[in-house]
Structures are given as structure tokens and as C-alpha cells.
Design a protein around this ligand. Structure first.
Ligand SMILES: [Zn+2]
Length: 285
């Protein structure tokens, strides 16, 4: 009898794999992660220069790592002058700026929330240039703000989202985003309980765009950007399938002045630096 139970458990274990997760959220979108995946073998090796380390969706910018000027988004727009982009949410004031492509992803997210009856969103802050960040740092002090070039707001991919109804940790908007923002490529960047890792107090309003494959892995595995980038360095590759679309994510270190990375032929891929020692290639399989 015991042998039978053991064999049964073994079969179950083998058929699922230890590092294999399948989850379904309320909307029935299916996410499957394999974090013992192999990097793509087909394709061609190309050389990536060191400058690429400082550009892309996955740049780590915090107290330890300053952004490099080439990391700042080139598509920053002033939202009050682009009313075509501002639909279904408000702006705190006329000064809000953000990367246009990030605004488009944010708008899709707002539309998704509206379908669930959550619709009182406000953007309180987006892109800040170095002077503005410097002023904020001097006004607020180091407990509440980061020095110039050390804040994600200087990249143009982060935004402080508010609700017109309540504080974000109590508002429906905050609760909805916490659960669903990863489906749209955003992460809650400074979560509760991760203060030691991020170095920043819990901020229920601060969201950062990283891209859909990465946000989903971080959400499913409860990782901050710091932890995710660390994990990629220790893993051959991670693959994730979201609603039938598979992505394979591989880290490559920069050795000397360049890295050699494998990119597929005839498939879409993105390359992003981590802002310190390597690049991450995301292949759309
Ligand atoms: Zn913020």
C-alpha cells in the first residue's frame, strides 16, 4: 500500500515538475512559468555593445544605481498637451509628463479596470527631469525622495497613480491595480514587506512599466525588480506562457565591452539592459 502511495506521488511530482507553475486568475487568463528553461538555440549570435546595458524596459534605478542619460525615454510627452492620450482618467495638474508608449499601456489598463467598474484614476506624477527631482529631494529629504538620477521617475516609465475617491491603499483603484497591473506590463514597484530590498517604504501608488512577460513573472513569483534581475542572472532562462503566447527571457553578462547574445531569426525579440552588468533578451516564441 505504501509503495503504491509513493509511486502515485512520484508520478504526480514528475508530471507537474517542481519548478512549474500554472495559475488562473479571476479573468481566466492562463499564466504558465518554467524557470528552468533553456535559452533559445536556434537563431544567430550577435554582439551587443556596453551602451545597451543602460537602455530598455528593465533598468534598475535606485540608491545604488544611477540612470545614464541614454536610459531616459525619448518619447516623453506632456499629457495636458496630448488630450488624445488622456481618456478615462484625470491629471493632478498641467505638468504631468510620461513616455508616450507607457501612457498607451496605462490607457489600456484603465480601460480594463473600467470593465470591472473601477474608474476613478488620476495620474499624480510621471516623468521628472533631474532639476525637478533635485528640488523634490531637497524639499522632502532622503526618507521621502531619491536624489536626481536615482529615481525611476527620471526614466519616464514610472508614475504615481491616485484615486479621486480615497487613499490608494484603501481605494478600489489601488486594489484593482495591485491585482491586475501585471497583465498590462506594470509592477507595484515598492510593495509592503519588501522595504529592505527596495530601500523604499511601501508606496501603493507608484507603478513602473517593465513589459508584460516580466511583470507577470514578478507578480506570480512575488519578486521585486531587484530580486527578478538577480534571479535572471542565476537562471539559464525563464519561459512564460500567457494566454498561449510564449516568451523566453535570458540574461547575458557584458564581458569587456560587449556581450554575445542569441537572437532568433524571423521572431520578435526585445533587448534591455539591467543598468549594471548585462542585458536581458526576451524572445516572443
Ligand atoms: Zn513615485
Amino acid at each position: 500500500m505504501r509503495k503504491w502511495v509513493f509511486a502515485f506521488l512520484l508520478v504526480i511530482l514528475l508530471s507537474y515538475g517542481v519548478s512549474h507553475y500554472v495559475t488562473k486568475d479571476a479573468d481566466d487568463s492562463k499564466v504558465e512559468i518554467d524557470d528552468a528553461s533553456e535559452p533559445p538555440q536556434d537563431g544567430q549570435m550577435i554582439s551587443v555593445s556596453k551602451e545597451q546595458v543602460y537602455q530598455g524596459d528593465l533598468l534598475l534605478v535606485n540608491t545604488d544605481y544611477a540612470l545614464h542619460p541614454e536610459g531616459i525615454r525619448s518619447d516623453i510627452v506632456s499629457l495636458s498637451k496630448r488630450q488624445d492620450l488622456v481618456k478615462g482618467y484625470g491629471l493632478l495638474d498641467q505638468s504631468v509628463q510620461l513616455s508616450e508608449s507607457v501612457v498607451k499601456s496605462f490607457s489600456k489598463m484603465v480601460e480594463g479596470a473600467k470593465e470591472d467598474g473601477v474608474e476613478h484614476f488620476l495620474i499624480n506624477s510621471g516623468y521628472r527631469d533631474a532639476d525637478k527631482q533635485d528640488q523634490l529631494y531637497r524639499d522632502m529629504g532622503h526618507d521621502y525622495a531619491l536624489p536626481a538620477y536615482h529615481s525611476e521617475h527620471n526614466l519616464g516609465v514610472s508614475l504615481d497613480i491616485g484615486s479621486t475617491e480615497a487613499k490608494m491603499d484603501e481605494a478600489e483603484e489601488g486594489k484593482w491595480l495591485k491585482k491586475h497591473s501585471a497583465e498590462y506590463g506594470f509592477i507595484l514597484r515598492y510593495p509592503k514587506g519588501k522595504e529592505e530590498i527596495t530601500g523604499i517604504q511601501y508606496e501603493p501608488w507608484h507603478f513602473r512599466y517593465v513589459g508584460v512577460a516580466h511583470s507577470a513573472i514578478m507578480q506570480e513569483q512575488d519578486l521585486t525588480l531587484e530580486q527578478y534581475l538577480d534571479k535572471l542572472k542565476q537562471t539559464k532562462a525563464i519561459s512564460i506562457t500567457i494566454d498561449g503566447q510564449k516568451y523566453t527571457v535570458t540574461y547575458y553578462p557584458i564581458v569587456g565591452d560587449s556581450a554575445t547574445v542569441n537572437v532568433p531569426q524571423g521572431k520578435r525579440y526585445d533587448i534591455s539592459g539591467n543598468n549594471y552588468d548585462g542585458v536581458i533578451v526576451t524572445v516572443y516564441e
